[in-house]
Design a protein around this ligand. Structure first.
Ligand code: HEM
Length: 154
């Protein structure tokens, strides 16, 4: 009898511990720019990683086919970003949020256009042009982050 009571109490304890953990887990997965980052920041991380590889081989014409493929990867993530909203949107006044998101989309579309130019430059074997587009891309990144990335989101 005593053993049964102890085992019942023990299972209740384990069960409630399990529930508590699942509540904590659900809270930490909400997409509000938590430490785990948002879906948009996930795409940005990938863009950043691949962009570093492209810059490393920008002058190496023997790698142009691979560079064009890598830019294709960046394009995939940039196009997926078009469908998302920056975390900072929620901090804008309600009446300005639609304009904020529209501005972000416009900026992202320009960014996609530049990536297409970069890919075309690699495909045409024009490494000077590729280097010039990369310089413009970095300016555009700064503008995009100044306008749409939450300042304390570094
Ligand atoms: C080569 C170009 C770019 C690179 C390498 C880049 C890289 C990054 C990185 C590393 C982050 C931080 C991710 C994290 O929180 O872990 C980030 C965040 C962010 N970037 Fe970019 N970025 C680029 C272009 C852009 C452009 C053009 C825009 C706007 C149109 C933009 C908008 C944002 C926003 C809004 C965030 C914050 C994420 C959020 O609100 O959920 N980025 N970016």
């Amino acid at each position: 009898m005593k053993i049964r009571l102890i085992s019942t109490l023990l299972s209740l304890f384990i069960l409630s511990g399990g529930l508590n953990l699942s509540v904590l887990n659900a809270a930490s997965h909400e997409d509000h720019g938590s430490d785990e980052g948002t879906e948009l920041s996930g795409h940005m991380e990938e863009i950043s990683k691949v962009f570093r590889r492209v810059r490393r081989q920008i002058r190496d014409a023997s790698k142009n086919a691979n560079s064009a493929e890598l830019v294709g990867e960046m394009l995939k993530h940039a196009k997926a970003s078009l469908e998302l909203k920056p975390v900072w949107t929620m901090d804008q006044p309600k009446s300005e949020q639609a304009d904020f998101v529209a501005g972000f989309k416009k900026n992202m579309k320009e960014f996609i256009g530049m990536l297409e130019d970069l890919q075309a430059a690699f495909q045409a074997g024009d490494n000077d042009k590729a280097a010039a587009v990369v310089a413009k891309l970095r300016d555009h990144q700064k503008k995009g982050h100044d306008a749409y990335k939450k300042p304390d989101d570094d």
